[in-house]
Design a protein around this ligand. Structure first.
Ligand SMILES: *Cc1c(COP(=O)(O)O)cnc(C)c1O
Length: 503
């Protein structure tokens, strides 16, 4: 309540994407102003200590911002206009899939018949929900070629840890003391972290000059102490691991298991199944492939599906179809236990099932075909400015390099990404995977039209022209966004978590 409130006329005059900072609600607060009115019902008002015993009353008056409904709505509406989102434009964030999500799936998740059910309700009173979970499990298993799945993990990384705990339970049950898990050097950062949390050591396998796992190096790293390998296919560079059958055979030959990081299934839906490639454990990010945007700050879901020999170890209790056709909660025989307080982030699960059902089998195959077509179109269209790191047909994403812009004009991949924000596009993923210098990783997704892809390509052409004419301006980009160039390292090292701390 420190600064002078300036709520009133601001809304009309403030530009939607201005540089002015939006005051906090506390800065707009005026004593006794409120955003609600209560009408009395004739029932005599109770004193506070008639409602709450005096001993439990807080003596310190809690600061609450006092604003009118009109100012409150304007404040949040202005903030919402400063965001970039999948609903506003293209968000080509490689590896993290930010595709447009059908509003139909939101409508399903908003159904009170689903979202008003307490997760502790007995099975007899939540048969519909259990059927949704069993049906989703069956469909995810059909898509991945697996035998059974848990829907509990709350995100991709949680799914990875669950998968590694399953791997461990499997080996320990066989009296098998194994220590190492292999991971390619192109892997997502969560993979080595999950291996370490799962109690294993990481052995890194190098990629070859084609951006794929080096099979000879892999074979050299294998041994009887290897618990398994974690792979993404297509890998994080966006290329399909063509030797996957040989890789699977080599790992299985030493008694190891194959873990498929299926965070992103957009390229393979209806085309190829991890189970057929030889994988034993698969996690999926429903929030990258099945109708929930990734990274939106909301919940995700990272179900884990397994091959038959791992089914008994799955987390429980699981929604299960009983012999009489009803549904109940059943814990698998040698379950590793719970990995979530309840049954998983259920409304994300409901959205995923509605997405799968509304597309149908052929529709899902088209999702993959269009995702791959769009990525290859973009890779080809941009080749003169941003050549591909590996000049081959890619899958749902393409890894390009800004090395030429850097060599000629001193303009880095980061500058290109920041300038794209000024052009009205979200930036691609930058400096990942780590094995590609000046990497810009675009995942256009299947939801973008060829006109949008062309507009993105033209924006990049304008940026390349600026690199030639005025490279300095690119180092300062973006200028027209609500927040201009930030010092990313400083933000991480000096975290200021309060709005009005002046430090
Ligand atoms: C996004 C991603 C993950 C992690 O998923 P979260 O839901 O963010 O925990 C793991 N692996 C790959 C390849 C990813 O793209």
């Amino acid at each position: 309540m420190s600064k002078a409130p300036a709520p009133g006329g601001r809304a009309a005059s403030a530009p939607i994407m201005g540089h002015e900072s939006e005051p906090t609600l506390f800065q707009m607060s005026v004593p006794d102003r409120s955003a609600y009115q209560l009408r009395t019902t004739g029932v005599p008002a109770l004193e506070l200590d008639q409602l709450v015993p005096r001993a439990h009353l807080n003596e310190v008056v809690v600061a609450i911002a006092e604003v009118s409904e009109r100012d409150l709505v304007a404040h949040f509406t202005r903030l919402s206009h400063r965001q970039f989102s999948v609903d506003l434009g293209m968000y080509p964030l490689g590896s993290c899939t930010m595709k447009y999500n059908p509003k139909f799936c939101d409508a399903i998740a908003n159904d009170p018949g689903l979202n008003a059910v307490h997760p502790g309700a007995p099975a007899s009173l939540s048969q519909g929900w259990l059927e949704i979970m069993v049906t989703l499990e069956e469909k995810l298993c059909a898509i991945t070629g697996m035998s059974a799945a848990t829907l509990q993990p709350a995100a991709g990384a949680a799914g990875e840890l669950t998968g590694l705990l399953l791997m461990r339970a499997f080996h320990e049950t066989n009296g098998d003391d194994r220590r190492r898990v292999l991971i390619p050097d192109s892997a997502h950062g969560t993979n080595p972290a999950s291996v370490t949390l799962g109690g294993y050591e990481v052995t890194t396998v190098p990629s070859n000059e084609r951006g794929l796992v080096d099979l000879d190096a892999l074979k050299a790293a294998l041994g009887p102490d290897v618990a398994g390998i974690m792979l993404t296919n297509p890998n994080t560079v966006g290329l399909f691991e063509e030797e996957i059958i040989d890789i699977a055979r080599a790992v299985h030959d030493v008694g190891g298991l194959l873990y498929y990081d299926g965070a992103n299934l957009n390229a393979i839906l209806g085309a190829v199944r991890p189970g057929d490639m030889g994988f034993d454990i698969v996690h999926m990010n429903l929030h990258k492939t099945f109708a929930t945007p990734h990274g939106g700050g909301g919940p995700g879901a990272g179900p884990v599906a397994v091959a038959q020999r791992l089914v008994d170890f799955l987390p429980g209790p699981k929604a299960t179809r009983m012999p009489d056709g009803s549904f109940d909660w059943v814990a698998p025989e040698r379950s590793i236990g719970r990995v979530h307080g309840w049954h998983g982030n259920s409304l994300v699960l409901a959205r995923a099932l509605s997405y799968i059902d509304v597309h149908g089998g052929e529709g899902l195959t088209r999702v993959a075909q269009h995702a791959v077509l769009n990525a290859n179109w973009l890779r080809h269209r941009l080749r003169a400015i941003l050549p591909a790191a590996y000049d081959r047909v890619c899958m749902h994403e393409c890894t390009l390099k800004a090395t030429e812009l850097k060599a000629k004009f001193g303009v880095r991949g980061l500058d290109v990404a920041k300038a794209l924000l000024e052009e009205g596009f979200h930036a691609p993923t930058v400096y990942f995977p780590l094995i590609v210098e000046e990497a810009l990783m675009f995942e256009p997704t299947e939801t973008e039209s060829v006109q949008t892809l062309e507009a993105l390509a033209q924006a990049i052409e304008r940026i390349a022209q600026r690199a030639q004419d005025d490279p300095e301006s690119l180092h300062r980009a973006p200028q027209s966004t609500p927040v201009s160039r930030v010092d990313e390292a400083r933000a991480a090292r000096h975290l200021i978590a309060t709005a009005d701390a002046e430090r």
